[in-house]
Design a protein. Structure first.
Length: 290
């Protein structure tokens, strides 16, 4: 069917009106000025929490600058003014997995290279009551972790009934209060020593446990597991945390920390202690997943 000239003109005018309406309405819609998903998510966050105010002087002093977005899931956008050899920035990736997905990921990584060191952390809220759930989880995972950090063990002195096959278990329990406590399962083939000198001095603000793994042909590895209760003194915790990290940093050894700090990191702008804690982490550690 052929259209007459009048029909062509009418159709053209209709399309032109629709096109004008499209651009007009697009400019009136909320968030129309945002060009990507990151900008959209930042805008939503600021609507709920207020505008983000970054202290440029504070950020410039950090080895890892949290204001620099990742360019992909596997790479951090690097500050070109930093020397990579000094900043020790590496790529990191973080995601959630169920057992089958985790096993698939481990299988793929094992094909690329062997996984010689790995850690896992779990807030167990009574290891006596939930040990079977932990062992079931480990049986469903096709990987044996080097170290498994446990917080809120709720243990007393005796811990003979919480052993897991192929692991040595050590723990630091609360002596004057109920609950809390931390523990570490370490593979039996590891040669290690307990670092009591690194434990936090103020037991009222946190529970901690540190060990040093002896590596004959490389750097020794320090592993720490820390639990801070929600009502623990944050100022005392941050002070002790900074002292321990500073001491570990002077020893020129690898360090892996696990734990439950009960710190709302979203409050870093309004809470100076939270901001100080983040500064300590970013200034002393290469951020990586575990």
């Amino acid at each position: 069917m052929q259209l007459s000239d009048s029909h062509h003109k009418a159709l053209f005018k209709s399309l032109l009106v629709l096109l004008i309406l499209h651009f007009t309405l697009t400019n009136e819609l909320p968030f129309c000025h945002l060009i990507d998903n990151d900008s959209f998510m930042l805008t939503i966050y600021e609507l709920e929490h207020g505008p983000i105010k970054l202290n440029s002087d504070r950020l410039a002093a950090l080895s890892f600058n949290p204001s620099l977005r990742m360019t992909s899931k596997n790479h951090i956008g690097l500050n070109t003014e930093l020397d990579p050899d000094n900043a020790l920035l590496k790529s990191f990736y973080c995601d959630y997995y169920i057992e089958n997905q985790f096993n698939q990921m481990i299988s793929e990584k094992s094909k690329q290279n062997s996984i010689s060191f790995s850690t896992m952390h779990l807030n167990i809220r009574s290891i006596n009551q939930n040990l079977s759930q932990l062992t079931d989880l480990l049986l469903n995972i096709n990987h044996q972790f080097t170290a498994i950090g446990i917080t809120e063990t709720w243990l007393k002195e005796n811990a003979h009934f919480v052993d897991i096959e192929n692991y040595n278990f050590i723990h630091n329990h609360r002596r004057d209060q109920h609950g809390g406590g931390v523990g570490l399962y370490l593979k039996q083939n590891l040669n290690f020593k307990i670092r009591k000198d690194l434990r936090f001095d103020n037991s009222d603000s946190s529970d901690s446990l540190f060990v040093e793994i002896i590596v004959p042909k490389g750097k020794n590895i320090i592993i720490g597991v820390i639990y801070r209760p929600p009502n623990g003194n944050l100022q005392s915790f941050v002070h002790s945390f900074n002292e321990v990290i500073d001491k570990v940093g002077r020893e020129n050894k690898l360090c892996y920390l696990m734990g439950d700090f009960n710190i709302n990191l979203l409050n870093y702008q309004s809470n100076n202690l939270t901001g100080e804690f983040i500064d300590i982490m970013y200034s002393n550690f290469t951020m990586s997943s575990n």
